[in-house]
Design a protein around this ligand. Structure first.
Ligand code: MTE
Ligand code: MO
Length: 245
């Protein structure tokens, strides 16, 4: 137990340092993005590190966030055999060289290659992927923080949500901005040390351990900023729209 606590303290420090780094990226992204990130209204009192890191003048002595807001992380020996669940929006092969990550609602149109996404700072984490149907796996992910992408390509207007869709729109999820900007929300291209397979969402999927599996969309094609709550495939079929756990 105490070992685990030490690991999570270390993790916290790392994340806090990275938080400052993210603030730097946001500042470089230009005043528009910075202003947007600072001016986002508080939602239910949750303050994720991205916003906290931007409040550099305030409460520097205060701890940045409580570990209870982080999803637990695990050791490499805890990784379990991967399971495939949900193939909506995964029909056909993806041509990785033709694939683009489209960001809709940024100041100017954005369509990134996988290499451009992979040029963002890389993070790894070992977290639980919990399906709403009652099973879970422990997965090692590698990818970029969605928060870093948002800082680099901020929304042009008011945005309280982020929508994501597969290229064919066969699967889609909606995220509240606080969950989207959470430090453990990654755009992942690697699972358990290997590039994503097609069934697991190649070339790019979402790893969002603060949410149930349904929000961990595979094969992302479009990321869209939204002012109002976006459509969500399982949300429309009776599941809780937030699907946090
Ligand atoms: N594109 C797409 N992404 C998806 C799904 C899907 O049907 N289509 N199913 C979701 C569900 S319900 C779960 S539990 C996880 C499972 O991820 P895995 O197959 O990598 O284990 O993917 C999620 N992402
Ligand atoms: Mo699931």
């Amino acid at each position: 137990m105490s070992d685990e606590r030490e690991v999570s303290e270390k993790e916290l420090k790392r994340i806090t340092r990275r938080g400052f780094f993210t603030a730097g990226v946001a500042a470089l992204a230009g005043f528009g993005g910075y202003k947007w990130l600072r001016s986002r209204s508080r939602d239910g009192g949750l303050e994720w590190p991205l916003r906290r890191a931007l409040d550099l003048n305030q409460s520097l002595g205060q701890s940045f966030f409580s570990s209870s807001r982080l999803s637990p992380t695990f050791r490499p020996s805890d990784i379990t055999r991967a399971r495939i669940n949900g193939r909506l929006g995964l029909k056909g092969e993806v041509d990785a060289s033709a694939w683009r990550l489209v960001i809709a609602g940024a100041a100017s149109p954005v369509a990134l290659t996988l290499a451009e996404v992979m040029a963002l700072p890389r993070y790894e984490m070992i977290t639980e992927l919990r399906c709403i149907e009652g099973w879970s796996t422990i997965v090692q992910w590698a990818g970029a923080r969605l928060a870093d992408l948002v800082a680099k390509f901020p929304p042009a207007g008011a945005a309280e949500y982020i929508a994501m869709e597969t290229p064919d729109c066969g699967y889609y999820v909606g995220l509240d901005m606080d969950s989207a900007l959470h430090p453990q929300t990654l755009l992942a291209w690697e699972m358990n040390g290997q590039p994503l397979t097609r069934e697991h969402g190649a070339p790019l999927r979402l790893a969002i351990p603060v949410k149930y599996g349904i929000k961990n969309i595979k094969r992302i094609g479009v990321i869209r900023y939204a002012a109002t709550r976006p459509a969500d495939f399982w949300g429309e079929r009776g599941y809780d729209w937030y699907a946090g756990h």
